[in-house]
Design a protein around this ligand. Structure first.
Ligand code: C2E
Ligand code: CA
Ligand code: CA
Ligand code: CA
Length: 277
């Protein structure tokens, strides 16, 4: 008898093998991963650049795969986006992060929590109502929650997006523009929408000490400040970068210089500040 299972995939012919089969396998694995609770969140501190105080963390997802170990988001988020699985995964992230915030608030001084929100999830019609519901159920302070959105959302109906932004800010939740400067509509986005914080993409910080690097960062920071936004520099790895960013008036930084993403236990042991008395 012929083998069933994986060998059947040979039916698709050689051109379909490789990429798309990997994609199919990954899709069903991701579905199982959700059911089996194989995802976990790591937390990377965000600090004030001048006094180096941790003011918040960004939650970054990992897949704790039974055989492959910890899988980075770059290896599964794109497929999750393509298949729509990013939506249930995204709700798992929001729920888990809010539960974590609630849990920390009992014993530690409050921090803010930034979450990466895929455009696809953001565009769901009941997105705002569901966020509100989670906040209420987990009893967290809305201003502790920050949603990181990329300019991908700006490709959609601007009136609808602008209204969603307003509704989210009306809840007290803050909006951050992630990866600023990497796309082609970054400026358009700032013109059309109200955003609280701008995150300068790591590629600009990397190139900071090269020719014109400083001027570009200075321009982004001034632009943000003129529009009443705070600025977070992503991917700060070197002390001289941090120094220059302080001189340029950048408020916040995140990067390996300060701390790598870490699990909740390590965050508790090394970063969170216990309430006393
Ligand atoms: P991002 O939102 O731009 O997140 C920052 C990434 O830079 C993280 O990678 C972080 O670990 C890394 N990073 C931070 N500091 C440094 C540094 O100093 N040097 C270097 N080289 N890298 C640094 P990570 O965790 O692999 O996440 C990659 C991307 O995956 C994120 O980029 C985000 O777009 C996406 N992602 C992560 N978690 C989620 C999630 O829960 N939902 C969604 N939709 N996307 C997520
Ligand atoms: Ca982010
Ligand atoms: Ca980013
Ligand atoms: Ca980035």
């Amino acid at each position: 008898a012929k083998h069933l299972g994986k060998n059947q995939l040979a039916l698709y012919g050689s051109s379909m093998r490789g990429h798309s089969i990997r994609q199919l396998t990954l899709e069903s694995d991701l579905q199982k991963a959700l059911q089996r609770q194989e995802f976990q969140l790591l937390y990377q501190p965000i600090l004030t650049l001048d006094s180096r105080q941790t003011v918040g963390v960004e939650a970054l997802i990992r897949w704790d795969h039974p055989t492959r170990g910890l899988v980075a988001p770059a290896d599964f988020i794109p497929v999750a986006e393509d298949t729509g699985l990013i939506v249930p995964i995204g709700w798992w992230v929001i729920e888990t992060a809010c539960e974590q915030l609630r849990c920390w608030s009992e014993h530690y001084h409050p921090l803010s929590m930034s979450l990466n929100i895929s455009s696809r999830q953001f565009l769901e019609h009941d997105f705002v109502a569901r966020v509100e519901e989670v906040i209420r159920r987990q009893q967290i302070q809305p201003h502790q929650l920050k949603l990181e959105i990329t300019e991908g959302v700006a490709m959609h109906n601007p009136q609808i997006i602008a209204r969603k932004f307003e509704q989210i800010q009306a809840l007290g939740v803050r909006l951050m523009m992630d990866d600023f400067g990497t796309g082609y509509s970054s400026l358009n986005y700032l013109k059309s929408f109200s955003i609280d914080t701008l995150k300068i993409d790591r590629s600009f910080i990397d190139a900071m000490l090269q020719e014109n690097g400083i001027e570009i960062i200075r321009t982004i920071i001034n632009l943000a400040h003129n529009l009443n936004m705070d600025v977070v520099a992503e991917g700060v790895e070197h002390e001289d970068q941090a120094q220059r960013l302080v001189e340029l008036g950048c408020e916040y930084g995140q990067g390996y210089l300060f701390a790598k993403p870490m699990d909740a236990d390590r965050l508790k042991a090394t970063v969170l500040d216990p309430k006393t008395g």
